[in-house]
Design a protein around this ligand. Structure first.
Ligand code: HDE
Length: 703
């Protein structure tokens, strides 16, 4: 490719405009930029900084001859490309992340000396990554799965990683079972399916033999595991941690994130269809909300309790399969997290971020939860291989934002150039060599009975009481969804004795649940209950475990889809749009073509989405505004019929005008409080603020 060498900026842009080919300026003249028609570009170089004159053709021995080994530019480019992939995370491989900040609103100075928990009003920068657990990095966003909720606070005293999930308990009580659990849930090793799904034999085989997993199974089969948006999930640190004050006195703490938008889940059928409509549904939702300045926000709340409190709990708080009901220890809100910046580069930040529960500042410490203790080892270990060596902490997304210095040296990809001759401690040769400080991190001076053994505390033996409490605390529709979810999953399990063993476990939790699942599977007789160490106790209900009723009755952060075509009523569309936006919702227009249509006012209205590729699962509520002619045509268009019938089946509010009503009729959509006149935007938005739960028995036979 020919490159001219302009003598001034003016001549460069003139040449660019004429020839519309890149014109390169010399490096070293103080300006290393290319001038292209319509833009300013940095000069393309090799990784050694050598300017590249031709990025289109490799070096050949004659125009039709073989490529020469000498072509170091080709070799460098291809070699780098060949090494672009790093091992994906063994769990939580698929994730989306954002930058933001944490702001403390209430000091915990009485309990902790950590500055991040004591300096009210100070904004601590952070990076938060959400993930699914089982699927690979390229899998979909909406499977039934736990969501990871990992937050890296760049505090003044070092990084604090609160590496949690959106479910407050876990499947297992001891880290030694984690590889078994993950091998059981991931795709089966011989056939390499199913991807990102727990609905298969190996998962349920393992689970049915692990009674301690039953509480978490209830959560994982509930609507919590099919969230609508990452902005609408809770987060939990799960384990008890310790707060330590300046004297080393300890208070136990559990961490909770609560979304400002409240909780919202999908209907299972909707989640399945979302996978086809948009693999990246939740990533896109997070991205778009941040791009439009509608920043996702959570409250951070804590449950604080003492050793003595803990002794009186009817369960062991060190057992990660238990929650501490809010009735026992109420939540105290201490701050908020706002995510306000999407990463500049997915790989550099979201992929290379390395969270580790062992990263805590002075004033926060660990409990003896055996799952947490195992995690303290695992994360650094896995990151050594995933990120290729011991210096991954120097990557921009991982590096602390406070000063850091020690005597660790060398290793793959050392980015720093340490100065001086001293790389050890103690030393006397170099004044500025890093030293310990009495104010640094100190562990809780814990005590134990000093007896070694592969044992499990008797206080960990009750596997069913909280599972029962969870199920019985749910609203009726949620109980039905949970039963249906288990029926769905077990219907994919080919081995009869595994299905039976699961039902045997359910009998220990709730007889009606076991019966519903057995009926759903077509079992003639109920299998025997699984053997138990301790039978379930009836505990008081814990309303905080529900999803229904814990959303916010608002359309804020939600999205309304308006289906229109040529001749649609411009006034109705405009007023729906205005009212929805005013109430904080996004509005997207959907038409058979992206070109949209000429509305009743004679003006052309473009569409945001083409009907065939923009089904109603993408929206929280829909409006159908159609002329009589367009409506007649749409009754013969399956994408249009599905648009409304799915919105109906997914319990969404539907606004329709007269034309819209024709389409609704063809799609066999009934009438209820959620189906409203498109001219009545107030009623529509009120209906759109929630799911139409009362409709569910009309549209679905639930187990
Ligand atoms: Fe993890 N987990 N985990 N985990 N975990 C990882 O670390 C592990 C557990 C969680 O966005 C891995 O860097 C063990 C509970 C999240 O990058 C690995 C045990 C909770 C993420 C690992 C657990 C979590 C991970 C894989 C049982 C909720 C994603 C890649 C003892 C409190 C972080 C990596 C991100 C990632 C080990 C159980 C949350 C292998 C051994 C319980 C959110 O180190």
């Amino acid at each position: 490719m020919a490159a001219s060498k302009p003598s001034s900026k003016r001549s460069a842009s003139k040449k660019t405009a004429k020839a519309a080919t890149p014109v390169r300026r010399q490096r070293g003249d103080g300006d290393e930029l290319h001038q292209f028609a319509g833009g300013t570009h940095p000069t393309l170089t090799t990784n050694q900084g050598l300017e590249v004159a031709d990025n289109q053709n490799s070096l050949r021995d004659g125009p039709r001859g073989p490529t020469l080994l000498e072509d170091f530019i080709l070799r460098e480019k291809i070699t780098h490309f060949d090494h672009e992939r790093i091992p994906e995370r063994i769990v939580h491989a698929r994730g989306s992340a954002a930058h933001g900040y944490f702001q403390l609103t209430r000091s915990l100075a009485k309990y902790s000396r950590a500055k991040v928990l004591t300096e009210v009003g100070v904004k601590t920068p952070l990076f938060t990554r959400f993930s699914t657990v089982a699927g690979g990095a390229g899998s979909v966003d909406t499977p039934r799965d736990v969501r990871g909720f990992a937050v890296k606070f760049y505090t003044k005293e070092g990084n604090w990683d609160l590496v949690g999930n959106n479910i407050p308990v876990f499947f297992i009580q001891d880290a030694i079972k984690f590889p078994d659990l993950i091998h059981a849930v991931k795709m089966e090793p011989d056939r390499a399916f199913p991807q990102a799904a727990s609905a298969h034999d190996t998962f349920w085989d393992f689970i049915s033999l692990m009674p301690e997993s039953m509480h978490m199974v209830m959560w994982a089969m509930s609507d919590r595991a099919i969230p609508r948006s990452l902005r609408m999930i809770e987060g939990f640190g799960i384990h008890s941690f310790r707060l330590l004050d300046a004297d080393g006195a300890s208070t136990f703490v559990k961490f909770h994130w609560r979304p400002k938008l409240g909780l919202q889940s999908t209907i299972w059928d909707e989640a399945v269809k979302l996978q086809g409509a948009d693999n990246d549904f939740q990533r896109r939702d997070l991205f778009e909300s941040i791009q439009r300045g509608d920043f996702p926000e959570w409250e951070l709340a804590v449950q604080l309790f003492t050793e003595e409190d803990a002794e009186n709990f009817p369960f062991d708080h060190l057992d990660p399969t238990k929650i501490i009901p809010e009735a026992l220890v109420p939540l105290q809100v201490i701050g908020r997290m706002v995510l306000d910046r999407w990463p500049d580069n997915f790989f550099a930040e979201t992929e290379q971020v390395a969270f580790c529960p062992a990263n805590v500042p002075p004033g926060i410490d660990f409990s003896n939860d055996p799952l947490l203790q195992g995690r303290l080892f695992s994360y650094l270990d896995t990151q050594l291989i995933r990120l290729g060596g011991p210096n991954f902490n120097q990557l921009p997304v991982n590096a602390p934002k406070c000063p850091f210095a020690n005597h660790q040296r060398d290793g793959h990809m050392q980015m720093q150039v340490p100065k001086g001759r001293v790389a050890y401690d103690p030393s006397s040769l170099q004044e500025d060599s890093p030293r310990e400080t009495p104010t640094g991190f100190r562990s809780h001076a814990g005590s134990d009975d000093g007896r070694k053994g592969r044992t499990r505390a008797a206080s960990f033996a009750d596997h069913y009481s909280q599972a029962r409490m969870f199920f019985r605390s749910l609203e009726k529709p949620e109980q039905a969804h949970l039963a249906s979810a288990i029926v769905f999953e077990l219907s994919k399990v080919e081995t009869p004795h595994v299905r039976e063993r699961v039902v045997g476990q359910l009998r220990n939790i709730d007889a009606s649940l076991a019966q519903r699942v057995a009926d759903g599977l077509g079992m003639d007789t109920l299998p025997a209950p699984a053997p138990t160490a301790l039978p379930a106790q009836d505990l008081p209900k814990a309303p905080e475990v529900r999803v229904i009723g814990r959303g916010k009755d608002t359309v804020q952060g939600r999205c309304v889809g308006i289906l229109f075509d040529h001749g649609s009523d411009a006034g109705v569309i405009a007023s729906l749009r205005k009212a929805a936006r005013k109430a904080g919702a996004e509005v997207k227009l959907v038409a058979p073509t992206l070109g949209g249509g000429v509305l009743s006012d004679g003006k052309l209205q473009a569409a945001d989405g083409q009907l065939a590729g923009t089904p109603s699962v993408l929206f929280d509520a829909i409006a159908v505004v159609l002329s009589a002619d367009a409506a007649r045509l749409m009754t013969k268009e399956s994408a249009a019929v599905d648009f409304v019938s799915n919105a109906w089946a997914h319990l969404k509010a539907i606004a329709r005008d007269e034309g819209g009503a024709t389409l609704l009729k063809a799609a066999r959509v009934g009438s209820d409080a959620g189906v409203v006149d498109a001219a009545d935007s107030k009623r529509f938005l009120a209906a759109a603020a929630t799911r139409q739960w009362a409709r569910e028995p009309k549209v679905r036979q639930l187990a």
